[in-house]
Design a protein around this ligand. Structure first.
Ligand code: UGA
Length: 434
């Protein structure tokens, strides 16, 4: 059992707090924002994540998980302190480390008077050099102690996917520990005792880069798949999924994450790739591949508009329904959702846009107020001239032609190849990568 403090009770912090507590550790999750802390302490998660609600209540019942706004006090009592605060994007793509620095200062204050050796681990996604250049000085300044000698310092990136975050935290596919020195790595090891996953220990900068390299590569795979889909459409009569299946038989190619669609969104890929490009630029390196990955991702939602226009002509005055507003199925998160540029492009063309999502309706309304939000699928489709399926909620797979019978038009653009062709008799399907 390790006494753990999590600083930042957002998506990452909460999931790890629950996972560490259920693994038998004593966890205090601290956040300067009193509102979410009060909600979480009552056993209600502040965002949608499958299984989290139950797991949070279970962890609270064991009394091994508690919540506080006292970051200094909680970190002073812990053996391992995880920094899980957000690192938002600045307009130029670089990341803002303001919250991280503030959190590190509070933790430094917390560990100032402690006797034993505690370890601070950065889980927030930060560019190489940040932990040594910003976190370490902040910790040392307020603690009056030296990293490595008096307390441990590590970078321990997370690889959680929304929708399976809890499972990813409990059974990670790997544990990467970037350590300031050997003693730091040794101090963090007990937290992962009993977790059977491959481990890699590196220096701080390498671990920071591993997180970015992973997300940049996955984003590149998605943009590659999207380009392939566009090329399949240009040649005509080729299904991109069949192409990927064939490619995937080559053992050098992993076919996962090559599902073409209208682009990647979410709180991580777009932000992380932009940050890496901006970080390279600031250091005199102009990225080529990653810039192209982003450029294609900006254009990809417009493919749905093109397919709709090809089928029904100019969209001015037409009513277009978007099915799926979150950045991916299974999530209520609309951050960087490709449905946002898609809706804006439709509105710019003079269409009226109605959207429906099983979980993300209110968040989307706040993001694009000009879009009408339908309370259910049938009202979204009622009187629509065109329907565009944007994300991959599993329930879209169950749709049949009869679900679309309330539409004024008969054109459905499938941006994810999720509808079953055989069930769509009488519907004019326009399929991306078809
Ligand atoms: C991503 C990574 O998958 C996680 O490993 C990582 O920990 C996380 O970012 C993070 O850095 O915190 P997530 O943002 O939850 O996780 O979403 P993904 O499932 O990776 O999907 C990202 C976007 O790519 C979505 O818009 C999704 O629809 C799209 N995508 C993904 C595709 O279009 N095709 C695919 O084959 C896969």
């Amino acid at each position: 059992m390790t006494r753990i403090c999590i600083v930042g009770a957002g998506h990452v912090g909460l999931v790890y707090g629950v996972a560490f507590a259920l693994a038998g550790n004593e966890v205090v999750a601290a956040d300067v924002d009193a509102k979410p802390i009060a909600t979480l302490a009552k056993g209600t998660p502040t965002f949608f994540e499958p299984g989290l609600s139950k797991a949070l209540r279970r962890a609270l019942r064991t009394k091994r998980l508690s919540f506080t706004t006292n970051v200094v006090g909680a970190s002073g009592k812990a053996k391992a302190i995880f920094l899980c605060v957000g690192t938002p994007s600045r307009p130029d793509g670089s990341i803002d480390t303001m919250y991280l620095e503030a959190a590190a200062k509070s933790v430094g204050e917390g560990i100032r008077a402690t006797k034993g050796y505690s370890v601070v681990a950065v889980k927030s996604t930060v560019l190489p050099g940040t932990t040594d250049g910003i976190v370490r000085p902040a910790l040392e300044a307020t603690s009056g102690k030296a990293a490595g000698r008096d307390f441990g310092l590590c970078v321990n990136p997370e690889f959680l996917r929304e929708g399976s975050a809890l499972e990813d935290a409990i059974k990670p596919d790997r544990i990467v520990i970037g350590a300031f020195n050997r003693r730091s790595a040794t101090a963090l090891a007990p937290v992962y005792r009993g977790v059977r996953s491959p481990r890699l220990t590196t220096d701080l900068r390498t671990a920071e880069m591993i997180k970015y390299a992973t997300n940049a590569f996955l984003a590149t795979k998605v943009s590659f798949a999207n380009e392939l889909a566009n090329l399949c459409d240009a040649f005509g009569g080729i299904n991109v999924d069949a192409v990927v299946e064939g490619m995937g038989l080559d053992p050098r190619i992993n076919p996962r994450f090559l599902k073409a669609g209208l682009g990647f969104g979410g709180s991580c890929f777009p932000k992380d790739v932009r940050a890496l490009v901006a970080g390279g630029r600031a250091r005199g390196y102009g990225s080529r591949v990653l810039r192209a990955v982003l450029e294609l991702n900006d254009l990809q939602p417009l493919r749905a508009v093109e397919l709709a226009e090809k089928a029904v002509g100019p969209l001015a005055g037409k009513r277009v329904a978007i099915l799926g507003l979150s950045f991916k199925g299974g999530s209520d998160d609309v951050r960087e959702s490709r449905a946002i540029p898609l809706a804006k492009a439709l509105l710019e063309r003079g269409a009226s846009v109605v959207g429906y999502d099983p979980e993300a309706n209110s968040a989307f309304k706040a993001a694009v107020p000009a879009v009408e939000i339908a309370p259910d699928l049938a009202s979204a489709l009622a009187r629509a001239d065109v329907c565009i399926v944007h994300n991959d909620w599993p329930q879209w797979r169950a749709l049949k032609a009869s679900h679309f019978s309330g539409m004024r038009g008969d054109v459905v653009v499938d941006g994810r190849r999720i509808l079953r062709r055989g069930a769509m008799k009488g519907v004019r399907l326009e399929v991306l990568g078809g």
